[in-house]
Design a protein. Structure first.
Length: 264
C-alpha cells in the first residue's frame, strides 16, 4: 500500500505525495494528489511544473465523467490548479512510462494529451475499468486500485531492471560524464544517447541538467546554505554559471526562487 511521504509544498491545494510499492520503485517516482477536500469556493493558483525526465498520468475525478491525461515536459511550464480539483496522478521515473506503458516519450512532449481522444493506447480500456472502481471511493482505495493496475501492467511485461535504468542512476549522481558511463556499461556514446532518447525522451546532457537543477531547488529551500555552496555542490563552475543556468530553466533567479518558497 502506498505510504504518505512527509512533504507538503502546496498546502493551499491540499497536495500530498505517496511512495509506490517497492516492486514499482524502478519505474514510479510517486503518486500525488491535489484536492479531495470539501470546499465550495473556487480559487485558482498557478504553479510551475519542472521537468526531470519523468512523466505524469493524471486522473481528474472532480468531474462527473473522469478525465485521464498524460503529460511529459522537457521545459518548465506553468499550470493552473483550482481548490475544487480532485486529481490523482502517477509520476513516473525516467523511462518508467516507456517500460510500464510502452509510451514513446519523445513523440508526446510539451502538452497534456487526453486519453481516448488525442491517443488511445492498448491498455486504455483496462485503466478505464480501474477508474470506474475509483468513483466515490476514499483516497486509500483510489491509491490501491491505481497501484494494482500498475502492478498488473508490470507483471504482464515481466519487467526487470535493465541497463537503461543503470545508466540513469549513474548519470543522475552527477559525477560521471556520458562517455564514462557508456564505457562502464559497454556501450558506445551514440548507442547510449539513442537509447535514452527512445526510452526517456531526453539526451544524457538534458537528464543531468534536470537533476542538477532539481538538487539546486531542494538546497535553495534551506536558507542556511549559501548560493556559492549550492552552485559547487550541484556541479556548476561558479555562482554566475549557476544563476544563468537556473534562470534559463526556471525563469527566475535562485534568490527569487528561495524567497518565493520561504513565503509559502
Amino acid at each position: 500500500m502506498a505510504i504518505l511521504l512527509l512533504n507538503d509544498p502546496l498546502p493551499h491545494l491540499n497536495f500530498q505525495t505517496f511512495a509506490p510499492d517497492q516492486r514499482l520503485a524502478d519505474w514510479v517516482q510517486c503518486y500525488w494528489k491535489i484536492g479531495f477536500k470539501n470546499t465550495q469556493t473556487a480559487q485558482l493558483f498557478k504553479e510551475k511544473r519542472y521537468p526531470d525526465a519523468g512523466a505524469s498520468l493524471t486522473i481528474d475525478l472532480s468531474l462527473t465523467t473522469p478525465v485521464i491525461t498524460f503529460a511529459f515536459n522537457r521545459h518548465t511550464q506553468a499550470k493552473t490548479f483550482s481548490t475544487l480539483d480532485s486529481l490523482l496522478s502517477v509520476r513516473f521515473a525516467p523511462c518508467g512510462a516507456y517500460h510500464l506503458l510502452g509510451i514513446s516519450l519523445h513523440e508526446l512532449a510539451e502538452k497534456d494529451y487526453l486519453l481516448g481522444h488525442d491517443f488511445t493506447p492498448s491498455w486504455y480500456s483496462s485503466l478505464l475499468a480501474c477508474v470506474e472502481r475509483m468513483q466515490n471511493s476514499p483516497l486509500t482505495s483510489l491509491l490501491f486500485f491505481l497501484e494494482q493496475w500498475l502492478l498488473t501492467q508490470a507483471m504482464s511485461k515481466q519487467l526487470v531492471a535493465n541497463n537503461t535504468l543503470k545508466v540513469i542512476k549513474q548519470l543522475v549522481q552527477l559525477n560521471d560524464c556520458t562517455t564514462v558511463v557508456s564505457k562502464q556499461l559497454g556501450l558506445t556514446r551514440r548507442t547510449l544517447e539513442r537509447r535514452l532518447k527512445k526510452e526517456a525522451g531526453v539526451s544524457p546532457a538534458q537528464l543531468q541538467q534536470f537533476y542538477r537543477l532539481k538538487s539546486a531547488r531542494t538546497l535553495l529551500a534551506d536558507s542556511q546554505i549559501s548560493m556559492t555552496d549550492i552552485a559547487l555542490q550541484c556541479g556548476y563552475y561558479d555562482h554566475a554559471h549557476f544563476c544563468h543556468a537556473f534562470h534559463s530553466f526556471t525563469f527566475e533567479t535562485p534568490l527569487q526562487y528561495r524567497k518565493r518558497k520561504a513565503s509559502k
